[in-house]
Design a protein around this ligand. Structure first.
Ligand code: FE
Length: 342
């Protein structure tokens, strides 16, 4: 090929301009994220630095973002949805706002339990929902399973948030998968009878209530407990310091776990770049950063956990495919309602 002087000059100009244009030259990916900006943005910036692909981030509450995707439909500018809880990811799938994708080498990248069997969503990080007990008040030898929390021995000793929360719905869904609806409904009645107070507040509030002497046991997700233990707020740190982690169901199916995850939207116009971003979020460095900053476990078992989580030791996780949590969600909601779980 022959370059005339003008072509040469144009080439020179365009190569000089590239550093500034670099951001858009490689295109963009639009992300709706239920994770707060500071918990995801630095990672997205690193992706842009490495690939030149610009990431446009919209953050919001998980349920609001899903509603927004539904109302925007095929016109949604979003390519990716990042949200928490398999129950929600499944809701996104059945409401038709996601699409199935195959990740190259996905079988090696993410354990089967933590992704949708049809490829509509993929886990990015893991959280467990263990039993937290007040160290001075509970002998951990008396603890065993979620099921055993319905025993009369725990009367007025348990704090847990309301049944309209997805984390509890997913926990109950995992129990339905293991024990069947009938057994879980009578368990839920027993558990409600053991509540120290009518459910209120979030997971952190259950930990605070236990520390304040309102109850002896709190059920909460691990990242809330980790955040309180590592908090600069001395009151939160001190409250969490009174509690210890107990991993339930270790002789059986394992402790209930859930994911934060990602889905490619049905409307995605930048599908190939969206897949590149998912793969980036699953690489070694991203996995470690994302899990650490969110106080979670990496979804990849070969990536190390943070020092705070490491102190709690390893535990057996329930290997139920988390898409079941979504499928059983309506049953769980009805069952909790019948059992009087406010
Ligand atoms: Fe949460």
């Amino acid at each position: 090929m022959h370059f005339g002087p003008l072509t040469l000059r144009l080439l020179l100009i365009s190569s000089l301009c590239l550093p500034q244009l670099g951001l858009t030259a490689e295109g963009e990916v639009n992300v709706y994220s239920a994770r707060k900006e500071k918990l995801i943005k630095p990672l997205l910036d690193r992706f842009t630095e490495e690939t030149g692909i610009q990431v446009n981030l919209v953050t919001g509450k998980a349920d609001a973002l899903l509603k927004r995707l539904q109302s925007e439909g095929r016109n949604s500018p979003a390519d990716l949805l990042i949200t928490t809880d398999a129950g929600r990811l499944h809701r996104a799938k059945i409401s038709g706002v996601t699409q199935a994708i195959q990740l190259p080498g996905q079988n090696k990248v993410i354990p089967e339990s933590y992704r949708d069997p049809e490829g509509h969503w993929y886990g990015l990080s893991l959280r467990a929902r263990p039993i937290l007990y007040v160290q001075d008040k509970v002998d951990p030898a008396k603890l065993s399973t979620y099921e055993a929390l319905a025993d009369r021995a725990w009367r007025k000793r348990i704090c847990i948030r309301s049944s309209d929360n997805i984390y509890n719905q997913s926990l109950v869904a995992s129990m339905i998968a293991a024990d069947g609806s009938e057994r879980v409904e009578s368990w839920a009645r027993g558990l409600v009878g053991n509540f120290a107070r009518p459910p209120r507040g979030g997971d952190r509030d259950q930990i605070k209530a236990a520390a304040a002497g309102i109850c002896d046991i709190a059920i909460a997700n691990t990242y809330y407990f980790a955040a309180m233990l590592d908090s600069k707020d001395q009151a939160q740190k001190a409250a969490a310091g009174k509690l210890r982690v107990f991993w339930p169901n270790q002789q059986g199916r394992g402790t209930h776990v859930n994911v934060s995850g990602v889905a490619v939207t049905g409307s995605a116009r930048n599908r190939e770049k969206a897949v590149r971003l998912i793969l980036f979020l699953l690489n070694d460095d991203s996995q470690q950063w994302y899990a650490d900053i969110n106080g979670e476990y990496p979804v990849r078992p070969d990536v190390p956990v943070s020092p705070t989580l490491e102190k709690w030791g390893t535990f057996k996780m329930d290997t139920l495919n988390l898409s079941r949590l979504g499928e059983l969600n309506p049953d769980a909601v009805r069952l909790m309602d019948r059992a009087g779980w406010k």
